[in-house]
Write a protein that binds this ligand. Sequence first.
Ligand code: PHE
Length: 328
Amino acid sequence: MLDQALDEIKTSPNLPALQDLRVKYLGKKGLVTEQLKGLGSLEPEARKLAGQEINKLKTVINDAIDAKKAELELNALNEKLEKESLDVTLPGRHYSPGGLHLLTQVINKLSDVFRSMGYDVEVGPELEDEWHNFDALNTPGWHPARDLQDTFWTTDGRVMRTHTSPMQVRYMETHKPPFKIVVPGKVYRNEALDATHEAQFHQLEALVVGERVTLADLKGAINQMAIALMGKGTKTRLQPSYFPFVEPGAEFAIWWTHPRTGKEEWLELGGCGMVHPNVFKAVGYENVTGFAFGFGIERLAMVSYGIPDIRYFYQSDMRVLEQFRGVL
Ligand code: PHE
């Protein structure tokens, strides 16, 4: 019986099987235990000898089982360690960090530039009423300038703002001069789409109002912005132009070195002028003067970074967007 028992124990495949063997041999009704029960019928001397034999057998089997148990447990532990081991030589997984859209970066940079010049940064609604977008800006319904800014209307007569200039009016309605503000934001126009025209784009508006604000201040502010954007030595130019809500009005350009061609040239950026008296009248201001200017942010970003098509800004194409991760 011993040989058979030891053989079974040695080949026992796992802990439950080993436990079964313990029961089979040493349990209450186990084979070894049964032998002990037979002792009672023997003579005292023989009983003593047989008893010693059986006890020895019991000890040997028990030790064998304990040894096998330790072995199986060690194997199980090794397997577990094997399975859970870390291969520290595996290359790490790459998580692409998010990034700000190029337009957001440009807007943030412009906001910083103007904050450093003492301006407050304000934002306003994209869905406007006709009064703020047109009438209060000296552009009544019959005015031909309205045709230049065809846009989207809601059925209740409101309008997706065609420029950030309505915020001039909104701000003046709720604040007293003097002040200096800039307003970045999205604007809308009903355009035939092409590489330089989108139905939505961004502008930055500036408005400065006080007791003795002059055209020289306007020129100075545009100069300062140009220097902050393009560096020392940058020149700016005003050319007479017409916008209903300024008088006199001008287009402004910045003298810059084109980042790709390396050529120096005028970059026409936006419109500007002295706030028209009718605009002050519309908001109830008296005895003040002011200047305003506004320009397209996409255009500035396109020429700065060599982006050939304005539609790239809104297509969420990672191949485009990733090129401008953290450029500013
Ligand atoms: N709002 C004008 C536009 O969208 C730009 C402008 C702003 C012109 C302020 C003059 C003064 O074209």
